[in-house]
Design a protein around this ligand. Structure first.
Ligand code: FOL
Length: 205
């Protein structure tokens, strides 16, 4: 089966990622990194796919969804209710959106000849489910480690335990290079009272 990568920004050390259904911060440069990494392909005739839980879909501002130039897959236990609720949006942008009721069926619904990389983009329930139940399906975890001077209230966390190992910086740079992106991102690591550093975690097995 196609492998996936997780992409997530989290506050260290507890790895909080959200509060009340939203990101706990608004980091423009970090969001640009998310957009570029998830959109850019090596083979320009292909697209990447982003798989998200239903609540993450709802957290994305309507004007930005479906995330453009990527195949969007939304996971929900109630496909009927979702299709009904978003009937209008899906009627206009339906091409780029698929709805599935499990990660496996989402992956099966993707045409591997047209998709280059598959990113799981959250939220907490989906990240933790994949990390716990399907770690063998995960190729890499793109974790942006965020730190803040003050404590922040969070109610959603990821659990990144063994065997995940943070890779040396050259692994990240080399990955970006394959996509024609340069490491200028690493310069923008300070915004709105937050510091962040882009990391890649891989299984140490
Ligand atoms: N991973 C990382 N590294 N940072 C994140 O902020 C992040 N966010 C999510 C998942 N993984 C992440 C989920 N939340 C948009 C909004 C919320 C969101 C993901 C994406 C969004 O609107 N993205 C637009 C860019 C908008 C802009 O340029 O401001 C996109 O086209 O990707």
């Amino acid at each position: 089966m196609t492998k996936v990568s997780l992409i997530v920004a989290a506050l260290v050390p507890k790895l909080g990622i959200g509060y009340k259904g939203q990101l706990p911060w608004a980091l423009k440069e970090e969001m640009k990194y998310f957009r570029k990494v998830t959109t850019q392909t090596v083979d320009k005739s292909k697209k990447n796919a982003v798989i998200m839980g239903r609540k993450t879909w709802e957290s994305i501002p309507a004007r930005f969804r479906p995330l453009k130039d990527r195949v969007n897959v939304v996971l929900t236990r109630n496909v009927g209710a979702f299709s009904e609720k978003y009937a209008d949006e899906l009627a206009t942008h339906g091409e780029n959106v698929k709805i599935a009721d499990s990660l496996k069926s989402a992956l099966q619904s993707l045409d591997t000849k047209q998709i280059e990389e598959v990113f799981v983009i959250g939220g907490a329930e989906l990240y933790n489910q994949v990390l716990k139940n399907d770690p063998e399906l995960i190729e890499r975890v793109f974790l942006t480690e965020v730190s803040a001077e003050k404590e922040l209230e969070m109610d959603a966390f990821i659990e990144l335990l063994e065997p995940w190992k943070r890779q040396e910086p050259h692994v990240w740079t080399a990955y970006l290079a394959t996509k024609g992106l340069d490491a200028e991102f690493a310069q923008h690591n300070n915004e709105a009272g937050f510091r962040f550093s882009y990391q890649i975690y891989s299984p140490s097995r």
